[in-house]
Write a protein that binds this ligand. Structure first.
Ligand code: DGI
Ligand code: FE
Ligand code: FE
Ligand code: FE
Length: 187
């Protein structure tokens, strides 16, 4: 697999603004991998591909969820969650990505999950704190990330839960499971 081709293929899936976000996530994920002893190459790859289908039309994603038997419960939750699972499926199909660790990091980058792997944490946290992100609490997340992936991620999930609550949105259960599991590990 050729890094340049994969980079161009990814770039072509999304508008320029989203591509800048992806580049920020790539740089941040590689830095976090270095800081916390993760696999630099896997962090690079998972970060590059994490939002592969983010800009796709929802009907195209819905079709894949139905036809490929991705978790049907996704259809009952926010469409914002779909691109993570659909993206993991598409990059395997289109680019032969078969590293399950990388695919899981893509699949769970939005919701998180219980027992997150080091790579899951790196990609999910990089997505929260890349330099282009600007939301209440992001600087605190960046500060925490200097010393603890887990503390920073809890702060990230808390900010998502807060935002969703304020907007009276349905919350995907995995987000709670991910957060609770990290809290228990920290206790
Ligand atoms: O794809 P990105 O915008 O880079 O970031 P993401 O994949 O983390 O998506 C975050 C969006 O998903 C954010 O606007 C909140 C929304 N969302 C909707 N329902 C849920 C949710 N995020 C989580 N973690 N859990 C939900 O239940
Ligand atoms: Fe995403
Ligand atoms: Fe995220
Ligand atoms: Fe993202």
């Amino acid at each position: 697999m050729n890094r340049e081709k994969l980079t161009e293929a990814t770039r072509s899936q999304m508008p320029e603004r989203r591509w800048r976000h992806v580049q920020g996530v790539v740089d941040t994920a590689v830095e976090l991998a270095e800081r916390f002893g993760g696999d630099r190459d896997k962090a690079w790859l998972a970060a590059l591909l994490h939002d592969y289908t983010k800009a796709w039309p929802t009907d195209r994603m819905e079709k894949i969820i139905r036809e490929q038997r991705l978790p049907a419960e996704l259809l009952d939750h926010d469409k914002e969650l779909w691109h993570a699972h659909v993206g993991a499926w598409v990059v395997r199909q289109e680019h032969g990505i078969d590293d399950e660790e990388v695919l899981d990091a893509i699949r769970y980058h939005t919701s998180g999950r219980e027992n997150m792997t080091l790579l899951d944490k790196i990609v999910c946290l990089a997505d929260y704190m890349e330099p282009g992100r600007d939301f209440p609490g992001v600087d605190r997340i960046r500060e925490l990330a200097a010393r603890s992936l887990e503390e920073a991620l809890v702060a990230g999930f808390d900010s998502t839960i807060r935002l969703l609550t304020e907007r009276r949105k349905v919350i995907f259960p995995l987000t709670f499971l991910a957060r609770n599991d990290l809290i228990r590990d920290l206790e």
